[in-house]
Design a protein. Structure first.
Length: 260
């Protein structure tokens, strides 16, 4: 099994996964995962359904803590500190935002969706909240589309706009990392393209980890790609290398569509 790691100075590493295992009861879902994710880059996690990529993604901000009988061994380090030992969960989830496969805006106005997180974290000044809304929507490439509709119920806008709104809602609390679990799987090609363009802009400030079944998408947007199979990481490296010259035959079979 090839566990080649990209050669980066440790100061460039935002997230380090070290000998990480995850169990749901007796089921061993992740096996000894070792992975480095660089600061202000996009890492794609690919592999067939059930391979463990979403499980790892949700482990980074401890979303799997919500599942009964879930336990872990090993470490996930955020800026060198183990998120399972040295980080308060509420602080962790402020630093590490998450966007899910299906857009899930709150059933409230666009404005209130964006300000929900800042209000929870103690911001109540109207001018500051207005600034956060405008800034977040601009970062999500939505301001020009929605600036005249901020009081509109978020459930009334298009699916692609809803997903970008969820990204805006995540970045409103100024995270350092964005986790995206198949964010474009339910979107049309035009909306998918807008999300992909947005990710290229967002990586200038954020570290991004994206789970995708779409290998073409991973090749287009990700600086590095990791291939998972049966709960193990088979291979990781620069996306161009993974897709054009993988070192492991299982990776080659997958990217050439011979299984999964």
């Amino acid at each position: 099994m090839n566990l080649e790691q990209t050669q980066n100075n440790s100061a460039d590493i935002k997230i380090s996964v070290r000998k990480f295992n995850l169990f749901y009861g007796d089921f061993h879902a992740l096996h000894d995962i070792r992975l480095d994710i660089r600061t202000q880059s996009i890492m794609a996690l690919i592999g067939p359904s059930g391979c463990g990529k979403s499980t790892l993604l949700r482990s980074i901000n401890r979303m799997n803590d919500l599942i009964e009988n879930c336990r872990t061994t090993g470490e996930i380090l955020l800026d060198g500190k183990n998120v399972y030992e040295e980080t308060d969960i509420s602080t962790l989830r402020k630093r590490v935002g998450m966007v899910f496969q299906k857009a899930n805006p709150f059933p409230m106005s666009i404005y209130d969706n964006i300000t929900y997180g800042p209000r929870v974290h103690g911001i109540s000044d109207k001018a500051m909240l207005d600034h956060i809304v405008e800034t977040s929507l601009k970062k999500a490439a939505l301001w020009d589309e929605l600036k005249g509709s901020l009081k509109k119920n978020a459930l009334m806008i298009s699916g692609g706009q809803q997903q970008r709104l969820c990204i805006a809602r995540s970045i409103a609390i100024e995270p350092e990392v964005l986790l995206l679990d198949e964010p474009t799987s339910a979107l049309d090609p035009i909306s998918t393209g807008k999300i992909e363009d947005l990710l290229q802009e967002l990586k200038k400030k954020y570290t991004i980890v994206i789970v995708t079944h779409n290998m073409q998408q991973a090749a287009r947007v990700a600086d590095e790609t990791s291939f998972f199979l049966f709960g193990s990481m088979v291979e990781t490296g620069p996306s161009e290398k993974i897709f054009k010259n993988p070192q492991d035959k299982k990776t080659l079979d997958y990217v050439q569509g011979r299984f999964g």
